[in-house]
Design a protein around this ligand. Structure first.
Ligand SMILES: Nc1ncnc2c1ncn2[C@@H]1O[C@H](COP(=O)(O)OP(=O)(O)O)[C@@H](O)[C@H]1O
Ligand SMILES: [Mg+2]
Length: 499
């Protein structure tokens, strides 16, 4: 006897349809799983055997059962096929009968515990997205994954605690418990969020961060320990535009695959803020592994990647950041093929100021390679605020996060209309072509910039960076053309460590 069930593998962020074919022939109670399954797939045999016996079903008495996971050329990993395999076994050994149309329209995902209960698995959201695309109308998942699956409308979700519940529902003997779609936001009460108004002084650094948020620019903050760099970086996320619904799903998908989704709040609605330590490995930062998974740069997608102590990072780790900063995604190549993860983030880097004694400038230069510095549009020196100022009760520390955010949103709107016919969204993403086409400078602005090239030794790259930043400053000022005051301010954020 032969039956077929539908399940899904996760490849990168995509779900691939896997057909779980289960066949039986007279034999001696053996089961084989073929189709390039890894160790955890092979161990499914033991879990399924035990779970079914625990429910009083027989397993393969008098039979040889073969499970084929198709397509055969795709590697399959993890215990996610347990549920489909167990149901297939029950069908071919004659324990249960399920209508053909039920099997055709339903996909199954779930790990079995030995007592038959269903355990949490990763990559549910991509599977639900795939179901909708393929016209599979029903998705059976472990109860703990229910609300994640329910994020995608148009797919009926059956979230079950136990395999016996799945069987009863499919037979029509029980009805599925309703699955609640998560409405509230994750991370809204983030304890690490710092309000701009709580930061004393630092007007120059705050302004740089406002420009960065408005134009999507990467920032390097240089300043002595205790100057407030980490504090400023923490406040930065609050002045970024809220995630759109579409972006939320995009980010949630990455966290689903990375197994970092809190089950209670399976929709990520606040911008990620990932702190990367200089001891982190290249793989943990860019992604990879046996079954390639997303790294920090993808977990920071649509949010912030904070690299503290930039100068302490090994040169080769910084080197691997270069390409994704350019492409806003990362492709990981393996023998089995390549997967691509999105990695569109704003980088905030912090470091102690380089000491300009002979040799040490060169040292910093070498560690933070020019190609990486090229991707940083704003560099700002952060001077410590005097202790006395920190202690003195201040009447006002300047604008609140809400006030800055309002300006950022306005500047983003200007960019959205500028780039309506382009694939980019923010000024940061402009290449030379867009700069030439979309960033006309007023005559005096142009001549100031030319002077900067001559007198300050501004490089060609520094020149383009300055125009992009000036464009964002003009957007914040709601100005149609880049004026001399915008260029003058932009030049304050140039990289005096490499120019
Ligand atoms: N401008 C400031 N306003 C308020 N608190 C500050 C300011 N600068 C520093 N601090 C305080 O000093 C501490 C150290 O700042 P931090 O951001 O960790 O410095 P850095 O990262 O530059 O070493 C912070 O926890 C914060 O409480
Ligand atoms: Mg710090």
């Amino acid at each position: 006897m032969l039956t077929k069930l539908t399940s899904f593998a996760t490849i990168g962020l995509e779900s691939e349809r896997i057909t779980v074919e289960v066949g039986s022939a007279p034999g001696e109670g053996k089961i084989f799983i073929v189709g390039l399954g890894d160790m955890s797939v092979q161990e499914s045999k033991q879990r399924v055997r035990h779970a079914l016996r625990a429910q009083g079903y027989h397993f393969a008495t008098g039979l040889t059962i073969t499970v084929n996971l198709a397509p055969a050329n795709l590697r399959k990993a993890g215990p996610r096929y347990d549920l489909a395999i167990a149901l297939g076994v029950l069908i071919v050994n004659g324990s249960i009968e399920l209508p053909e149309n039920v099997l055709e329209s339903t996909a199954f995902l779930g790990e079995l515990a030995l007592d038959g209960s269903l355990r949490h698995i990763t990559g549910i959201l991509p599977a639900a997205i795939a179901c909708r695309k393929m016209g599979i109308t029903r998705l059976v998942v472990p109860a703990v994954n229910g609300s994640e699956a329910a994020l995608i409308p148009g797919v009926e979700v059956i979230a079950a605690e136990h395999i016996s519940e799945v069987i009863a529902i499919l037979k029509g003997e029980a009805s599925a418990a309703p699955v609640s779609v998560p409405a509230s936001s994750a991370g809204s009460g983030d304890p690490e969020m710092v309000d701009f108004a709580d930061i004393r002084g630092q007007e120059h650094a705050k302004r740089a961060l406002e420009i960065a948020a408005a134009g999507g620019h990467n920032v390097l903050m240089s300043g002595a320990p205790g100057a407030g760099k980490t504090l400023l970086a923490r406040a930065f996320r609050g002045i970024l535009p809220p995630l759109s619904q579409e972006e939320s799903i995009e980010v949630t998908r990455i966290y689903s695959v990375a197994n970092l989704l809190p089950p209670e709040v399976p929709l990520i609605t606040s911008r990620p803020f990932r702190v990367v330590h200089h001891t982190a490995s290249g793989v943990s930062i860019v992604g990879g592994g046996q079954t390639p998974g997303p790294g920090e740069i993808s977990l920071a997608h649509r949010g912030v990647l904070f690299l503290d102590e930039l100068a302490e990072f090994p040169a080769q780790v910084l080197e691997v950041l270069r390409q994704p900063l350019e492409d806003r995604r990362i492709t990981i190549t393996r023998a089995q093929g390549s997967v691509t993860f999105p990695a569109d983030f704003t980088m905030i880097a912090a470091m102690n100021p380089p000491r300009f004694t002979a040799g040490s400038k060169e040292h910093v230069h070498r560690r933070i390679s020019a190609p990486l510095l090229d991707r940083i549009d704003l560099t700002v020196n952060v001077q410590p605020v005097p202790i006395a100022d920190l202690q003195r009760p201040a009447k006002t520390n300047g604008d609140t996060t809400a006030a800055v955010l309002a300006r950022v949103l306005k500047a983003r709107k200007r960019q959205a209309s500028r780039f309506a016919l382009h694939t980019i969204r923010t000024n940061k993403e402009m290449g030379v072509k867009e700069i030439d086409a979309l960033c006309p400078l007023k005559a005096d602005a142009q001549s100031l910039l030319s002077q900067a090239v001559d007198r300050m030794g501004l490089s060609a790259r520094g020149y383009h960076r300055a125009i992009k930043v000036a464009r964002t400053i003009a957007d914040l000022a709601d100005a149609e053309h880049i004026g001399i005051e915008h260029v003058a301010e932009a030049l304050q954020y140039r990289q005096n460590i490499d120019e």
